[in-house]
Design a binder for this molecule. Structure first.
Ligand code: ATP
Length: 421
């Protein structure tokens, strides 16, 4: 990373406008608010505090009342804009807050919101804003992420949720002390739709249990981020998620067609709102997406600013049990009587350790015995296989925690990570 130069650039922002910038590759950018008030995706900035952003970050600092910002470091772009959808977003938040107040009075469930739309419209950002605004009013909503492509809760190839009690950290996002994460194993919901739908339902079920345990969480509601796959089977998966989470509100970002489709297909009690996307949201190519997946995995092991020190150690084949979820489909005629092709997709398949494991990510299941329903059990964390020695019967792993592994049932992902710095 290159050094941040001392001399900065000053931006005077008028009320209801934002500064947008993108950090150049291999650079760092520092921002400081020297006057006024401002927020980043719903989190307030402290005055005279320097916040730094790593290479590739795409940021918007918005102000309701005006502010002066000092920016240091190399940006791809840095410009001010008065055209933002923030007023519409804050109105959406206000409507959700009314639903929470009602739920609190009547001792019922708070709003459950599904945020949908095509790729690169700011779905994750809107979820962050809505969650932050709720937390700023003292709420503790659940943030669920069912976009397996980016893995905001765990890693790509997972879905998960967490109860949010603090606004997202400006630099590091939401504190992920105890997220609930499920292993899916692939980077697209399309790779095993049967399994994907099963896990979404399971996640919803556990969130319901969590809500029953806490009145505060229950009336704060659930905000669910989804993937940008909205056609064909992707659309069906969205509808199934809406059903599983029993959502009351669907926020459709930037697509009238999807909005109309949902309006005609879903029952009337589901409120469907069409929201504009921000002109600041940056489109990402397939290559950038793959890169950001890789960065997410690297960040899990090494920390956002290379401030974590992962461990590397050997694991004996005999000390672990390896599985993958989903067997290759067989033609119906080859299956035992009564079994459908579809059942294979959610089946736990034992794997023999081999060189094929190299570079694959493995989820460490929370299950203690193979008799448990491992597919529907959450995971504790992840390791990556950095070496395999078949003759010695062991493999080397990179792990966030020191040896030994916390549990010995490991689920193999399709997703790979090359541990090259
Ligand atoms: P996906 O297609 O992966 O689901 P998405 O619709 O969830 O994407 P986001 O991840 O919310 O989109 O936004 C894409 C990128 O744009 C992110 O890096 C985010 O930080 C950035 N971004 C969002 N809003 C703004 C804005 N107003 N100005 C500048 N950048 C922004």
């Amino acid at each position: 990373m290159s050094e941040i130069p001392d001399e900065g650039q000053e931006f005077k922002l008028q009320a209801n406008s934002e500064l947008r910038f993108e950090v150049e590759a291999k650079a760092m950018v520092e921002i400081e608010m020297i006057e006024g008030q401002a927020e980043m995706f719903g989190t307030e900035l402290a005055k005279n505090r320097k916040y730094s952003f790593v290479s590739g970050s795409k940021i918007a600092i918005f102000t309701w009342h005006g502010c002066v910002l000092q920016l240091r470091g190399k940006t791809e772009v840095a410009y001010m804009s008065k055209e933002t959808p923030m007023t519409v977003y804050v109105n959406t938040h206000a409507a959700l807050e009314q639903m929470r107040e009602k739920a609190e009075l009547e001792n019922t469930r708070g709003p459950r919101i599904l945020v949908v739309g095509p790729v690169d419209v700011g779905k994750s950002t809107l979820c962050r804003i809505l969650v932050n605004y709720a937390v700023r009013l003292g709420r503790s909503p659940v943030l669920a992420d069912i976009d397996v492509g980016q893995g905001n809760m765990g890693l790509p190839g997972t879905i998960g949720a967490l109860v949010v009690e603090r606004t997202a950290d400006i630099e590091e996002g939401f504190q992920q002390t105890a997220p609930l994460v499920f292993h899916y194993g692939h980077k697209s919901a399309n790779d095993n739709l049967q399994l994907y739908n099963l896990l979404v339902s399971r996640l919803a079920e556990i969130i319901n249990v969590r809500c029953e345990q806490s009145k505060k969480v229950n009336c704060s509601g659930v905000i669910i981020n989804t993937a940008g796959w909205i056609r064909g089977a992707g659309y069906e998966a969205l509808k199934q998620a809406a059903g599983a989470f029993e959502v009351d509100v669907i926020c459709v970002l930037d697509q009238e067609r999807l909005y109309n489709q949902l309006k005609s297909d879903l029952p009337d009690f589901v409120k469907i709102v069409l929201l504009p996307k921000s002109g600041g949201v940056v489109e990402r190519s397939q290559a950038t997406r793959a890169e950001s997946r890789d960065n997410r995995i690297r960040e899990y092991f090494y920390g956002l600013k290379n401030n974590f020190f992962p461990h590397s150690f050997d694991v004996k084949f005999n000390d672990v049990k390896l599985f993958k979820v989903g067997a290759p489909s067989l033609p119906e005629s080859c299956l035992p009587l009564g079994m459908k092709v579809i059942d294979n997709q959610t089946k736990l398949v034992p794997l023999l350790p081999s060189n094929n494991l190299l570079h694959h990510i493995l989820s460490v299941s929370a299950a203690t015995t193979v008799d448990q329903d491992i597919v529907e059990t959450n995971v504790l964390g992840f390791i990556v296989v950095t070496g395999v020695d078949v003759e010695k019967g062991l493999f080397t792993v990179l792990s966030p925690s020191p040896r030994p592994l916390p549990k010995n049932i490991l689920l193999v992902m399709d997703i790979q990570f090359m541990d090259i710095k």
